[in-house]
Design a protein around this ligand. Structure first.
Ligand code: HEC
Ligand code: HEC
Ligand code: HEC
Ligand code: HEC
Ligand code: HEC
Length: 479
């Protein structure tokens, strides 16, 4: 990915950067000779990022190179782990930690149509994590960034995705790294500045991008904050209230002399579709709470009529924002199936709750029937019953789908051909259905129509069924 025709400019550019790092805020103060080399380095057709983007469009400007933190070392999560072993463990199983290795992300990144540097800006936003430094765009095009080598690149930190430092480490005016905290402890061995509001607002940097969508391919364009603010929880709860619930423990479990404090779970479970199948085993323990509640499931008196009327009332009960929020590919799939005694499908009806987009020739939202916070709706499908009801069963299921099996099949077929990806990622992508959960079962109830006996599935059973999907070919999945 490093384009080297500009070898000479790289040297001059590095020099300019070094000058700026020394602390010159004002370019006019540079000596004439340094200014000359800077002028040589910068092609007049290059547009600096701050001319292309407004300050509010934070995703265009990554977090600066962070030097080692006193008493910690390099600002890597694995160094925080030495003391904060409990938080590290939570974080390491989170979607945030998987933000780079995520198979769907890798598949999308491998497309030449992705402005990769921008995609990386929210998924690995600290300069230490990046092989190159980008300050200019050729002719202002997001597809043609000017790259220079980053001498401070840390390959270990790159793999950590949205690592601790993303939210917790910044550089002070003298160029030293410090930790941003919210406890106000006097016992930390590393420098700390307390700024609770900053930490709690961090989420919006990536989950609430401002300004216009830049290209038709920049898909991560969400309005979760707005959905929350306009809903009944607006002004009452923030992202951290629901996504980082509190518990009592020691910040450093092995330092027994320290008091227990109110801590925040670093799991960010969200929609409950983990990034690996093993994630299902710990999902409940990690505090998974689905947004959807089934308020009522009623069947008409069907015996004499030969026709069955179903009434299913469902609500967005727990998500402060719309359901589903964020990625436009997410949707809820409701499925009611009439099965014969052998389990074969006699009839089926489905309902899709989500956004609908048309991608060609230009991305455009063509539909959106997501549930607002607290909103309840009723679905009323009906079924013609067979003459005999012996062994006939109605199976009611709801899935949260993060990625449809059709899109996953497409990715499994095409992404492994990309030269952008490493061999391990290609291998995993080719068997995507086995490595990457696409959907989680939120609800299932089986109703025997002859005996009227029913069986509701427990949260654990639902996750076990979701886990078992891994061995099912993508083409045979329900979503
Ligand atoms: C403004 C910050 C931002 C930018 C820029 C960005 N992303 Fe994301 N991305 C996010 C956030 C936040 C999520 C989590 C949303 C979710 O899980 O629904 C996410 C999730 C994803 C996912 C996983 C979706 C899922 O449902 O789990 C993929 C794949 C992805 N991004 C691809 C990309 C690609 C490709 C680009 C560049 C074209 C890109 N992102 C640019 C913030 C960003
Ligand atoms: C050598 C052990 C050690 C290492 C390594 C370490 N910490 Fe700490 N940290 C502590 C101790 C001890 C406290 C204070 C605990 C207390 O008072 O309960 C603390 C406190 C904190 C706090 C709360 C500060 C406050 O007052 O609000 C944050 C946030 C934090 N650490 C983050 C990190 C991050 C991020 C890293 C890695 C970059 C890290 N720590 C590495 C020992 C460590
Ligand atoms: C640096 C950008 C960034 C910041 C800051 C950030 N996120 Fe995320 N978040 C992401 C990305 C990217 C993903 C998706 C990663 C993927 O799917 O691979 C994500 C995923 C999530 C998910 C999981 C969604 C799911 O269903 O899997 C939740 C919940 C979440 N973030 C909440 C938060 C909260 C709360 C905060 C603030 C404390 C926060 N995020 C801060 C970028 C960010
Ligand atoms: C996406 C942003 C984000 C990431 C990544 C993140 N944290 Fe936090 N962290 C927070 C927020 C938000 C709080 C709670 C702020 C408050 O008190 O309201 C917090 C609190 C803490 C605290 C204080 C104790 C507590 O639980 O309230 C420590 C210590 C800490 N984090 C360490 C870490 C370590 C170590 C990592 C990496 C393994 C990490 N954090 C990753 C956002 C983050
Ligand atoms: C009142 C509690 C609440 C608040 C406040 C809240 N969330 Fe959520 N969020 C949830 C629940 C519950 C889910 C699980 C929804 C589901 O079942 O899919 C969720 C899911 C998500 C997801 C995954 C997409 C989805 O719909 O499943 C993301 C990303 C997310 N939240 C980000 C945020 C961000 C960013 C904020 C702050 C702007 C926020 N949330 C505020 C409760 C909340």
């Amino acid at each position: 990915m490093q384009h080297l025709p500009f070898r000479q400019s790289i040297l001059c550019f590095a020099l300019l950067l070094a000058v700026c790092l020394v602390g010159c805020k004002n370019k006019q103060k540079t000596s004439p000779s340094k200014q000359r080399s800077a002028n040589q380095a910068i092609d007049p057709s290059w547009v600096p990022l701050h001319k292309k983007f407004t300050k509010e469009q934070t995703f265009a400007f990554i977090l600066p190179q962070l030097p080692a933190v006193a008493a910690v070392g390099k600002p890597r999560a694995e160094n925080c782990k030495v003391c904060h072993s409990n938080i590290y463990k939570d974080w390491s199983q989170s979607t945030h930690a998987a933000a780079l290795r995520d198979l769907q992300y890798q598949a999308e990144l491998s497309k030449d149509s992705s402005p990769r540097w921008l995609c990386l800006n929210c998924h690995i936003p600290v300069q230490n994590q990046r092989k190159t430094i980008i300050k200019y765009l050729k002719k202002g095009s997001v597809f043609h960034p000017v790259r220079t080598k980053n001498p401070g690149f840390d390959p270990v930190m790159r793999k950590e995705g949205i690592t601790c430092a993303t939210c917790h480490v910044r550089k002070d005016k003298t160029g030293k790294s410090y930790i941003i905290g919210a406890v106000g402890s006097r016992f930390a061995p590393h420098p700390v500045k307390t700024n609770k509001a900053f930490l709690r607002k961090m989420c919006l940097r990536c989950h609430d991008p401002k300004g216009k969508r830049l290209t038709r391919h920049l898909l991560c364009w969400f309005h979760t904050r707005e959905e929350l603010e306009k809903g009944p929880q607006g002004g009452k709860k923030d992202c951290v209230d629901c996504h980082m619930p509190t518990y009592k423990a020691r910040l450093v479990p092995s330092w027994k002399h320290l008091p227990k404090r109110t801590m925040h779970a670093h799991h960010w479970v969200g929609g409950g579709v983990p990034k690996s199948f093993s994630g299902y085993k710990t999902l409940l323990k990690r505090g998974y709470k689905k947004g959807l509640a089934i308020r009522a499931l009623q069947l008409s008196d069907y015996q004499p009529k030969g026709k069955l009327f179903v009434r299913l009332a469902y609500q967005n009960k727990h998500a402060g924002h719309w359901l589903p929020s964020a990625d436009p590919e997410r949707f809820l799939r409701f499925m009611i199936t009439l099965q014969d005694a052998k389990g074969a499908t006699l009839k089926q009806d489905t309902l899709r709750i989500g956004q609908t987009w048309k991608w060609e020739p230009k991305a455009e939202k063509v539909g959106d029937n997501r549930l607002k916070p607290n909103e309840t709706r009723v679905w009323k499908p009906s079924f013609q019953l067979p003459p005999s009801l012996s062994g006939v069963k109605l199976v009611v299921q709801v899935y949260h789908v993060r990625l449809s099996s059709k899109t996953a099949q497409y990715m499994a077929k095409h992404a492994p051909k990309s030269s952008y990806l490493d061999n391990e990622t290609k291998k995993k992508l080719a068997k995507m259905g086995y490595h990457y959960p696409l959907a989680t079962l939120l609800f299932r109830k089986d109703i025997q129509l002859d005996t009227k006996k029913s069986r509701a599935y427990s949260p654990k059973e639902l996750l076990d069924l979701s886990y078992q999907e891994r061995n099912k070919p993508l083409s045979q999945r329900d979503y």
